[in-house]
Design a protein around this ligand. Structure first.
Ligand code: PGA
Length: 246
């Protein structure tokens, strides 16, 4: 079973989100082989939950607040997302970290809030181009995992990791499947110190219809987190079919 998660970022407006969701809901997918999830903008979450209610497609949010309730202008809590029907939430996506200045400490609090609300967090980690040049990839990932997971109570709770090298996101320059395979193996070994049960690790960063199956075919890669290519029916459905047919 491989995960295919689509992060629609802020690419689609409300109507476009609903149109794409309705087209996806009309397709049939091989649920023995793939686990599909979509991450629309906050305003489209409730509508997508309705559209996908009789389908195997799950809905997630792109971030959440770490607070549960109160005077937090502009914030949307994990509890509100759960109530709206979300199953998953992205935490620590690099666009949140580097564009909006979210710290690892914020990410840790968000993980706790998500788990407490009954959501499955998808913790995004990844090194920058600079890290790569300085051969600090493992150092960066180790640090991100430690800050997010040290002492976190994961017993009986699900968590997913998305390895998304920052330089590969939206660049058309993906991490090669062989390289991703190696680093996923390394991440899985690191994760053993935080959990007794296996935590799935997805690859993200310029995944397209013509390379998705190369990632998903690797044993260490439990699926893909897709940005740009998930926001269009014409690119997303062929990507899903490529993974189903591999
Ligand atoms: P991309 O984005 O597929 O457009 O590179 C991936 C992501 O940011 O999750």
């Amino acid at each position: 079973m491989k995960y295919i998660f689509g992060n629609w970022k802020m690419y689609l407006d409300f109507d476009e989100s609903c149109i794409l969701a309705n087209r996806l809901a009309a397709e049939s997918f091989d649920t023995q082989k793939i686990n599909l999830g979509l991450f629309p903008n906050f305003l489209a979450v409730s509508e997508l939950v309705k559209i996908f209610c009789d389908t195997p497609i799950a809905v997630g949010a792109q971030t959440c607040a770490w607070a549960s309730k109160g005077a937090y202008t502009g914030a949307v809590s994990a509890l509100l997302l759960k109530e709206a029907g979300c199953q998953y939430v992205l935490v620590g996506h690099s666009e949140r970290r580097y564009i909006f200045g979210e710290s690892s400490a914020d990410g840790r609090k968000k993980l706790e809030a998500a788990l407490d609300a009954g959501l499955v967090p998808v913790l995004c980690i990844g090194e920058t181009e600079q890290d790569r040049k300085e051969e600090k990839r493992e150092y960066r990932l180790k640090k991100q995992l430690l800050k997010a997971l040290d002492g976190l109570d994961l017993s009986g709770r699900r968590l997913l990791i998305a390895y998304e090298p920052v330089w590969a996101i939206g660049s058309g320059r993906p991490c090669s499947p062989a390289d991703a395979d190696d680093i996923h193996g390394w991440i899985k070994l690191e994760l053993k110190q935080y959990s007794d049960t296996e935590i799935p690790v997805l690859y993200g960063g310029s995944v397209e219809a013509d390379n998705a199956a190369e990632y998903a075919a690797r044993e260490t890669i439990d699926g893909v987190l897709v940005g740009g290519a998930s926001a269009k029916f014409e690119t997303f459905v062929p990507l899903i079919r490529a993974v189903e047919n591999m």
